[in-house]
Each structure stands twice: as structure tokens, then as C-alpha cells.
Design a protein around this ligand. Structure first.
Ligand SMILES: [Zn+2]
Length: 211
């Protein structure tokens, strides 16, 4: 007896919902079998195969091979998300209790690709935050270059979604180089050089201030 040969191309990738008893851990996996989806989903959650259940999620089949499943598709299928700005629960019948009129008012959800906002105000708030952080990042680059002329920056990280900004640099005589950062709470710059470069750094700073 031999198993019938399965043409790999004929095995369709389907969507499965992998779940534990914590609804927040549920995730959609695309696979050619229930067992494969279950293994992927368990890995994704960080638990073992036996702790998850797996069932078909027909609604998500159309997103196989796509970069992401839109938040709207999840919500239409009964899932829920936190608002991408304030964290409020957004689901298909999300509403809030209005104290003044003593009525339940439906939330006007705003979808944006893989995220959802509980209101247009929250979407605008999020966009303002992104813009502000990116602007701070640009200012940071200008500021660090002005504060320590003569160092060569090799890499910058910052802007949205980072909380703080950071630059890596090297300078004449350095073996390891250093970093400079600010933080969300403060715009004060923190300069750091590797222990092995301390002497070279002190010499560099002395040279700089002498000119
Ligand atoms: Zn919100």
C-alpha cells in the first residue's frame, strides 16, 4: 500500500482561528492543514500544541498571501480591537454610555488598514502624535550634530513609534564609538562612550573646546 500522492500545488492555503481560553491570544493562521495551523498558532502565542484549539475561519480565506487582514474584516467577523489611540474597545456593536442624555451611543469606528480608531478625533490625535514624534526626531539629529561637531554619526533611530531618539557615532581616535540619546520625559541629551574609548573621547573633547 502506498499513500496517494498529493500534488503540493493542489493543497490550498486556508485560514484557521487558533485559540486558548484567553480571547486576547486568538490569532488567525494560514496553512494547508488544521494541524499545521495549530502548530503555527501555538508558536505565535508561545504555548504548546496541546493548549490551543483550532477551527476554520472561512471569512479570512480571502486574505491568504496578503500582507495583513484588515481590522474591519476582523471586526465584521466578531473580533474586537483596542482603539489605536486611546485603547477603547472597538467591536461591531461598540457604543458608549452618554451620562447627559442617558443613552447608548454607537461608536463611529474609523478603519485604517490593520488598525481601528474609536472616533475620527482619535485618528486625528494619533496622526498628530506621529507627526510630533517625527518632528522631534528631526530636531534631535540637528541638535546632536550642533552640540558635538566633529563626531560622525553612523546610525539614527527614532521618530514614531519610538519613545526616545538615539544616534550612534564614531570620532577621531575611537575604537568602539558611542551613542547619544534623549528620552520621552526629557530633551536633555545623554552622551555615552565605551569604556575603552574614554581617554580618546576626553582628548577629542579637549581638542574641540581648544579650537
Ligand atoms: Zn479612541
Amino acid at each position: 500500500m502506498s499513500k496517494p500522492k498529493v500534488d503540493p500545488a493542489s493543497r490550498k492555503v486556508l485560514a484557521y482561528s487558533v485559540e486558548t481560553n484567553d480571547p486576547e491570544e486568538s490569532n488567525i493562521q494560514f496553512a494547508t492543514s488544521n494541524a499545521a495551523a495549530r502548530r503555527q498558532g501555538a508558536d505565535n502565542i508561545g504555548t504548546d500544541f496541546g493548549s490551543v484549539s483550532c477551527r476554520r475561519a472561512h471569512w479570512a480565506d480571502q486574505y491568504a498571501g496578503q500582507r495583513f487582514i484588515p481590522a474591519k474584516a476582523y471586526i465584521d467577523a466578531g473580533w474586537w480591537f483596542g482603539c489605536n489611540h486611546c485603547g477603547a474597545r472597538c467591536d461591531s456593536d461598540a457604543s458608549y454610555w452618554d451620562e447627559e442624555t442617558e443613552t447608548d451611543i454607537a461608536l463611529d469606528l474609523v478603519f485604517d488598514g490593520r488598525v481601528v480608531y474609536c472616533s475620527a478625533d482619535c485618528k486625528a490625535g494619533h496622526e498628530a502624535e506621529v507627526t510630533a514624534r517625527n518632528a522631534r526626531f528631526e530636531e534631535f539629529k540637528v541638535r546632536v550634530a550642533a552640540e558635538r561637531p566633529g563626531v560622525t554619526f553612523t546610525e539614527f533611530t527614532g521618530g514614531y513609534p519610538w519613545c526616545g531618539n538615539k544616534g550612534l557615532f564614531t570620532f577621531p581616535g575611537a575604537q568602539y564609538g558611542g551613542s547619544v540619546s534623549d528620552s520621552e520625559e526629557s530633551t536633555e541629551l545623554k552622551w555615552y562612550v565605551a569604556q575603552g574609548d574614554k581617554a580618546a573621547w576626553d582628548y577629542f573633547i579637549a581638542e574641540q573646546s581648544a579650537t
